[in-house]
Design a protein around this ligand. Structure first.
Ligand SMILES: Nc1ncnc2c1ncn2[C@@H]1O[C@H](COP(=O)(O)OP(=O)(O)OP(=O)(O)O)[C@@H](O)[C@H]1O
Ligand SMILES: [Mg+2]
Length: 281
């Protein structure tokens, strides 16, 4: 049994998006009863601020023998050819590899947006490889946050309103919005810009609002696809400093993709993908 005694965390994130083009073969659905059992030991009473109690030696997520192919123009394109990895609590993990090597494909599967054709993905006791869309969505909304290269903020809403919207979408009680929004904007160093709308913020500031939004519902895992790609090196470094801070403050685990060797220097571990597999793991 996994050593998770996590404080509850009401809720959900709005970020989930694209659906996979096909489902895993042999997708044996897990019953709601089984999911409830998993919930029973992965969560316990608490709040958006309570400390998490967990065994740091037990992985938050394991990926075993994962393969993913796509059918393109009648031909099979093998993108992931046997991926094995484990993410441990409060780690900062990076995926690197040339364009088209499969980093986003893997990130989507870790986040429960897509499923492997073969292999296993277990996140906090939830078998993503054999659970249905609805079950993965429930887990994702509660435990996972997403950050994208292009920030994905609502353009007409202020930084404060963007974060508050995430809480509203996650069904967090209105009484908690003010405190949690202020906390998240403070964590990313934007308390002084809370009333600015995205176009009134720099690229780095916009990405920091996106981080505040992604952690608002207190996920256990933050997935970021090229979060610094549109930023200059100084703003990229600021985003990485924020990542380091929130790992400690929120006890979150971060898995991100990047092409930038300077950014990789702050990782706890870098997985390099070549021809659908990791090398040097
Ligand atoms: N839904 C899909 N249907 C068909 N092919 C796909 C699909 N998704 C991804 N691919 C293919 O899988 C390969 C890996 O794509 P992926 O987006 O994971 O690469 P990446 O490593 O994230 O690249 P980049 O660094 O450019 O973001 C690419 O060749 C891509 O064309
Ligand atoms: Mg990509």
């Amino acid at each position: 049994m996994m050593g998770w005694l996590r404080s509850k965390g009401k809720t959900s994130n709005i970020a989930a998006k694209q659906d996979p083009d096909s489902k895993a073969q042999d997708s044996t659905e897990v019953s709601i009863e089984e999911i409830s059992e998993v919930e029973a030991f992965s969560s316990s009473a608490g709040s958006l601020f309570a400390p998490r109690l967990f065994d740091e030696t037990k992985p938050l997520l394991t990926v075993s023998g994962v393969e993913r192919s796509f059918s393109v123009g009648g031909r099979q394109l093998d993108v992931l050819k046997g991926i094995d990895m484990a993410l441990f609590p409060m780690q900062l993990i990076m995926l690197k590899g040339r364009s088209g090597s499969g980093k986003t494909t893997l990130l989507n599967m870790i986040g429960g947006l897509d499923q492997p054709n073969k292999g296993e993905i277990v996140f906090m006791g939830h078998p993503f490889h054999q659970s249905g869309d609805d079950q993965r969505t429930l887990v994702r909304r509660k435990e996972i946050g997403f950050i994208f290269q292009s920030f994905a903020l609502m353009p007409l809403l202020s930084a404060w309103e963007n974060v508050e919207l995430a809480l509203r979408m996650a069904n967090v009680p209105r009484s908690e919005w003010k405190k949690r929004t202020a906390h998240c904007l403070d964590l990313v160093g934007l308390s002084k810009r809370m009333h600015h709308r995205p176009f009134e913020l720099s690229g780095g500031e916009q990405q920091r609002v996106a981080i505040a939004k992604a952690i608002a519902h207190r996920p256990s895992l933050l997935l970021a696809d090229e979060p610094t790609a549109e930023l200059d090196s100084q703003m990229g470094a600021q985003v990485m400093a924020v990542f380091r801070d929130i790992i400690q403050a929120e006890q979150v685990t971060i898995c991100m993709t990047t092409h930038d060797p300077t950014i990789m220097e702050v990782a706890d571990h870098v997985f390099e993908m070549v021809d659908g597999k990791f090398i040097n793991t």
